[in-house]
Design a protein around this ligand. Sequence first.
Ligand code: TRP
Length: 329
Amino acid sequence: MDIVLSGIRPTGQLHLGNYFGALRNFVRMQYDAKCYFFIADYHSLTTHNDPAHLHENVKTVLAEYLAAGINPDIATVYVQSDVPQVAELSLLLGMHAYVGELERTASFKDKVRKNPNNVNAGLLTYPVLMAADILLHRATHVPVGKDQEQHLELTRVFARRFNNMYGVDFFPESMPYNFGSELVKIPGLDGTGKMGKSENNGIFLADSDEAIRKKVMRAVTDSGPTEPNSPLSEGVANIFAIMEAVSSPDTIAFFREKYATCEIRYGDLKKQLAEDIIKVVAPIRERIEAIKCDESYLRRVVRDGAEKARESADRTVAEVRRIMGIRPF
Ligand code: TRP
């Protein structure tokens, strides 16, 4: 059976792009594969050294995962730092990771360029820790975006090197998992690029109905089509793209027709879009609020998740120790 693993750094609230791009697919996948979903709090320390907010951020992401439909009785949901075996595996894998290959990673070079005063060792070994996350459960599939593909490639390099070096067939080659036709890319509201966390660009799963209406009404459009069937500007194309994810085919067809015949009123389009987004977000937001208040439920989820994750982690680390020659007296 496939073993699927995904990690997310706790760096704030999740938005509609996270939901349609990943979370909704995780919810479907959890019934078909053995799934591990974890919150990468160790990883977030490479750039966010903010002890006052770390715990709250972990709690937010956890509540949002659960509210979106991740079922902790089916999938293994845990916090990375609750499974310290990952630190040992990272240390052991680090023995066979070359500084040169880590320095050549695009994400590392990018961080060095943006933050020349904080080039810490954790940043350099970020891909080693990520490989440890994945190999800890010998995951076969890892759903990742483009920006993480190089890290996954390195994970395979480390796994292959380990297998070759010790003459074993222990670690799998963890493959990127692509949702294919199910993948929905959600653009932002500011007229360019994909949805992100900035205020005018993203709709958060925790946004109130009013906040959603306000953000959508402010979304970038243009002065309107002047000839029949004219091409869409990026802002308007983005609005239609979000509609594709949240609105009914009839609604989409109705507004496309209005656009094609130059009768469209962007105000009407946005009002409709806002209401259709609210239909998706409001029930999730209500669950987020309820779950966040239920401390004992959250405590139970992380405790059970850590226990399940540690079981699998213990097995892997024991075997890796044995293979590398670390043996009890
Ligand atoms: N590096 C990932 C990101 O920034 C987060 C992450 C950490 C991860 N460990 C992982 C993702 C293991 C997949 C598998 O998005």
